[in-house]
Ligand binder design. Structure first.
Ligand code: GCV
Length: 682
């Protein structure tokens, strides 16, 4: 390998025993066995150079980084610099790709674009170097593509190091301190590399529930955040921080955090200035306010627009944004009070504020109105605030979808949400509506050797970046990419069997999970607190607003306008009408929108009660089959990965049976209706 004298950012070394996820060395073979010319300068070009040089060192290729060498015969040219007027539209992160006369050429106007172009070539593999390829351009649909870590600095007595984390400890924090050893920071760099290869460009490094220790990251502990930012920066990832709305009181010693108080605004402006002195490319703040006990503007009789705008003003001089979460509801409601409906809360709070938010305030809305359930309608907030920048929030960490013990490929669920068109066929999709604010996902990664606890859960993490890049992408294509990148099937003895086996266990796994858990969109029915495993009435008489109202005659929440909470009316036509009646409501959301008798006949032709029984038996059978398929891949998957997944299947099967028996028994006892197929119910 020949390298020029330019700076090279070395590829981070995977700490020993850590899984390579979707970047095993083999996937760089096509790139690493060629002659490459890199043109351009800058820190991310140095990263690109490091990647190509590393691949060449492994696979015998050759990389040159010198404009004088331009005439030589190269297989690949990676060039920073605008090639045509047309490329103006590609922004900093877009790139163009063409192949002619035996040369593959990637050009980008911005350094990040060159990096994304490089990872695009990795995805293409050999195909990037075959035949001719007409010029194509790529750019991300969403400018902000963020992973939110619900990581605590100090281990929280109830929530642990990572709230809703199922992948070991935090990648960033350990026992009250930022991880600072060389190996630990190298792992953070590896994480940044994986994320960049999936399209992510922003990371929030701490939990939205900002406890006392974590509040200090904003001020006296900003140096620790800066060290993480340094590790992520070479892969084009900007660092964001969750902050406490009460920071002026807690950290600044002020008597108030009132957003309209001049001293409070000054405190935020000065504090933000110090943040930028430490991290010049700092991304901005994320705020959970007046939600589940977090402080917020309601304490001072102010609106959420007042609160968000004050922080937006502090960030504006730096061109940064505040991401203000719309997850605001009454978590202390009286379960007897049928006039309160948690699903309505975000719309009721925020729709009236449309047009009042500053241009650099982004309202971050969970994709469903409740809380990342296996099945929810799309939040009616998205589309209801045409004059507000919106981001959509999804949950890669599988809090309610099997906690990374169960296989649950969420690409199809997220894709359905992103493609949902609130105003019907002709209206914009969710993906269109969040162009101004982006996509944020709660991260599922931790210091587990497989990053995500369950090795197959890596597919969800990968899909976050790819869907944020292109919200209308086909999730099947994303899964295909992930399989090719992570398992390099062509390098195994039986690529076709490996591919079809992986697809068999992943493709339908979300629907399988849905089958054996809470039925027909009703949600929850989980064990309170940790949210793993079934407890049908676990939240039924609680203050959390998550009820199913099952009695001897029927089940479900009446959210119609005619007789229920009126939630269906928060949608525009046609959905307000579709959801209003049990006759038109899609089966999978029936119990979310309606309370119906057990004998109600679904569009599928089955009664509700028989559907519950059938799906719960089927779901368990599907897990049994998937476990067998996985067992049959032992010769094609590396032993550590195979063993980890096999172990998790044992637990998934145990848990699926438990779900089946709880749910079927509960509804059999409530309804007294026997299973038409005479299967065993307890
Ligand atoms: C970080 C749910 C989770 C909480 C989480 C909250 C949120 O309620 O159970 O752990 O808190 O959502 O999104 O803020």
């Amino acid at each position: 390998m020949t390298a020029s004298a330019s700076v090279t950012v070395p590829v981070p070394a995977l700490p020993s025993g850590v899984d390579s996820a979707w970047l095993p060395p083999e996937v760089f073979r096509p790139l690493g066995s060629r002659r490459t010319l890199i043109l351009g300068t800058g820190p991310l070009v140095d990263t690109v150079h490091g990647e190509v040089a590393d691949a060449c060192a492994r696979f015998g290729g050759d990389v040159v980084r010198d404009a004088r060498a331009q005439g030589a015969p190269y297989d690949l040219v990676l060039e920073l610099g605008r090639q045509s007027e047309e490329e103006d539209g590609l922004g900093d992160e877009g790139f163009a790709l063409v192949r002619a006369e035996g040369v593959t050429r990637v050009t980008a106007a911005g350094q990040a674009g060159l990096l994304y172009g490089l990872f695009h070539l990795v995805r293409l593999g050999e195909a990037a170097f075959e035949g001719e390829r007409a010029r194509e351009t790529h750019r991300p649909a969403l400018a902000l593509r963020m992973l939110d870590h619900w990581d605590n600095v100090a281990v929280h007595p109830v929530m642990g190091q990572v709230e809703r984390g199922y992948s070991g400890g935090s990648l960033f924090w350990r026992d009250g301190l930022a991880r600072g050893s060389r190996d630990e920071l190298e792992r953070v760099r590896c994480y940044g590399r994986l994320l960049a290869a999936s399209g992510i460009n922003a990371v929030t490094v701490n939990n939205v529930n900002v406890h006392e220790t974590e509040a200090h990251l904003l001020t006296d502990r900003i140096g620790e955040v800066a060290a993480i930012a340094d590790a992520l920066r070479p892969y084009g990832i900007r660092t964001h921080l969750s902050v406490s709305f009460a920071a002026p009181v807690v950290l600044g010693g002020l008597p108030t955090a009132d957003p309209l108080d001049a001293a409070v605004a000054d405190w935020w402006a000065e504090t933000t200035g110090r943040v930028y002195a430490a991290i010049p490319d700092f991304g901005g703040y994320v705020v959970k306010a007046d939600s589940e006990g977090q402080p917020g503007p309601f304490t001072y009789g102010r609106s959420h627009a007042d609160g968000a705008n004050m922080l937006a003003a502090a960030l504006a001089p730096y061109g940064a944004t505040v991401h203000w979460r719309a997850f605001v509801y009454n978590h202390r409601q009286d379960w007897r009070d049928r006039s309160v409906d948690r699903a309505r809360a975000a719309y009721d709070h925020f729709a009236p504020l449309d047009g009042q938010f500053a241009p650099n305030a982004v309202l971050q809305v969970k994709h469903g109105p409740m809380d990342f359930q296996t099945r929810e309608p799309v939040s009616p907030v998205i589309g209801a605030l045409p004059n507000t920048r919106l981001a959509v929030e999804i949950q890669a960490t599988q809090e309610y979808t099997g906690q990374q013990k169960h296989v649950c490929w969420l690409g199809p669920m997220w894709s359905d949400a992103l493609r949902f068109r609130r105003g019907g066929e002709d209206g914009p999709s969710v993906g269109d509506l969040v162009r101004g604010g982006g996509l944020a996902a709660v991260s599922s990664a931790g210091d587990d050797p497989f990053w995500t606890g369950h090795p197959l859960a890596q597919a969800n993490l990968y899909a976050v970046g790819r869907l944020a890049w292109q919200p209308d992408a086909d999730p099947r294509a994303i899964l295909h990419e992930w399989i090719e990148l992570s398992f390099a099937p062509e390098e195994t003895a039986d690529p076709a069997r490996l591919r079809s086996g992986l697809r068999a266990v992943l493709d339908g796994s979300w629907r399988t999970y849905e089958k054996y858990t809470a039925p027909l969109g009703i949600g929850f029915m989980v064990q309170p607190g940790h949210h793993y495993g079934p407890s049908v009435d676990g939240y039924e008489y609680s203050p959390w607003g998550t009820y199913h109202f099952a009695d001897r005659d029927g089940v479900g929440v009446d959210r119609s306008q005619a007789t229920g909470t009126g939630y269906a009316g928060q949608y525009a036509k046609p959905w307000a009408e579709t959801y209003e009646s049990p006759e038109t409501c899609p089966d999978e959301l029936l119990l979310f929108f309606h309370h119906v008798p057990y004998g109600h006949v679904l569009h599928s032709g089955e009664t509700v009660i028989q559907h519950i029984y059938d799906t719960h038996f089927e779901g368990v059978e599907e897990v049994e089959e998937a476990r067998q398929v996985w067992a049959g891949l032992a010769d094609l998957v590396d032993a550590a990965r195979h063993t980890r997944v096999a172990e998790r299947y044992e637990e998934q099967l145990r848990s699926a049976r438990e779900w089946r028996d709880h749910i079927n028994t509960y509804f059999f006892r409530k309804s007294g209706v026997p299973d038409a197929r005479g299967r065993r119910i307890y």
